[in-house]
Design a protein around this ligand. Structure first.
Ligand code: FAD
Length: 362
């Protein structure tokens, strides 16, 4: 183990909790600061985007709109999540749901041309990996996902092997609950960071505090402005309760206008997402987004007709000007940001890279 270091972390989202968990388990003294009221989700559009995320782990599907290095980091992260969730299952009484059953791309017959363009982009980005999209016959699709039916005829479908999903809320809660001896400072907003020092406002009105550390980590996502040129990209999604409707893996509908996905969650929940809007509006889900997402979901899974809408959620994806993630390390200070639409897919890879650069990895 390294000599124990005093670590101050700004932000308790995906990056903050994962970093705290890894460093605390290595024996470092970790303090985390976040303006949230406590460790659970708030569902008011204000908390960590990590809670809102659907939790798809899709290195292949993300190649539609990202560089191959996102996929490379993604495959690495999937292996890391596999080991981390296995540890969480041992340490925590509720093991967070994590599966790698592959995911599906589906398209209505009329949209086959647009779908083939997406597949061509994925196949060209994935040429160096063994995992490739596999076209499925109607019979093979029925066997994998009997509840999927096109509203206007059979669906075209492709399996993306090795992809999966992680339960975002369960994992964030478990990371927080099992990180040993971490001091969690809720209702503390970090105003500025410099190498080895962090300044924040505490719950008492007007009370400002300075804290000294060996290392500070800026993991505030959209809240890292102005230190980082990050912007928020609005995303909306819908939780459906659908008892008796089976969905075994994430499904994405390839459509010329919408990118819509369905992700199964424990408790007969299906999460339908997500809009992607260049806006920092954190207000509730719009009627237009709700109608488009639900109509698209129903068009490939008619059995959802009687599902109950149990939650509408909004949040902001933290994105840098080039939409790529960034790790910055200097003595006493680490910043990671720009995880955009694939923060769960990238976080373990970026955190490990930062800890290696900082000499904090074991
Ligand atoms: C609708 C939607 C769907 C998504 N789906 C997926 C998906 O399927 N797969 C995937 O991989 N990714 C997905 N994402 C993206 C993923 O959620 C983000 O990339 C990820 O959460 C970014 O992690 P982060 O730790 O940088 O930021 P966050 O998770 O947003 O955490 C930032 C934390 O910093 C705190 N903070 C803010 N300001 C301050 C301050 N001044 N001081 C201290 N703390 C502060 C916040 O309270 C928060 O807790 C989705 C995002 C959205 C919005």
């Amino acid at each position: 183990m390294n000599t124990p270091q005093r670590i101050g972390i700004a932000g308790a989202g995906v990056l903050g909790r994962l970093t705290a968990w890894i460093l605390a388990r290595q024996g470092h003294q970790v303090s985390v600061f976040d303006p949230a009221e406590g460790p659970g989700p708030s569902f008011d559009g204000q908390g960590a985007a990590g809670f809102t995320a659907a939790g798809m782990l899709s290195p292949l599907a993300e190649l539609d709109a990202s560089d191959p290095d996102v996929a490379e980091r993604g495959w690495y992260s999937i292996e890391r999540w596999s080991a981390i969730t296995a540890s969480l299952a041992r340490l925590h009484h509720h093991a967070p749901h994590f599966d790698l059953n592959g995911s599906l791309l589906v398209a209505h017959g009329a949209d086959l041309g647009a779908a083939k363009r997406v597949l061509a982009r994925i196949e060209s980005g994935a040429s160096q990996w063994p995992q490739q999209p596999q076209a499925l016959s109607a019979q093979a699709l029925r066997e994998l996902e009997p509840a999927l039916h096109g509203s206007a005829g059979p669906l075209h479908a492709w399996l993306l092997p090795g992809e999966g999903a992680i339960c975002t809320i369960g994992t964030l809660k478990a990371l927080q609950a099992t990180a040993p001896d971490v001091q969690w400072h809720w209702r503390h907003r970090v105003e500025s960071l410099t190498p080895g020092q962090l300044r924040c406002t505490a719950p008492d009105p007007g009370s400002s505090q300075h804290h000294d550390f060996d290392w500070v980590f800026d993991l505030r996502g959209v809240g890292a402005r102005p230190a980082t040129k990050v912007r928020g990209v609005r995303g909306e999604l819908i939780w459906l309760h659908a008892p008796g409707v089976t969905l075994n893996r994430p499904v994405r509908l390839l459509h010329p206008r919408h990118r819509v996905y369905l992700v199964p969650r424990p408790g007969d929940v299906v999460v339908v997402g997500a809009s992607e809007i260049e806006s920092e509006d954190r207000s509730p889900v719009s009627l237009r987004s709700a109608v488009e997402l639900m109509a698209a979901a129903h068009s490939i899974m008619p059995a959802l007709a009687e599902a109950r809408i149990i939650r509408l959620d909004t949040n902001l994806r933290p994105a840098l000007p080039d939409n790529r993630p960034e790790v910055h390390t200097e003595p006493g200070l680490v910043r990671i940001n720009g995880l955009y639409r694939h923060g769960w897919l990238l976080a373990p890879s970026l955190v490990d890279e930062a800890l290696t650069q900082a000499g904090l990895s074991t």
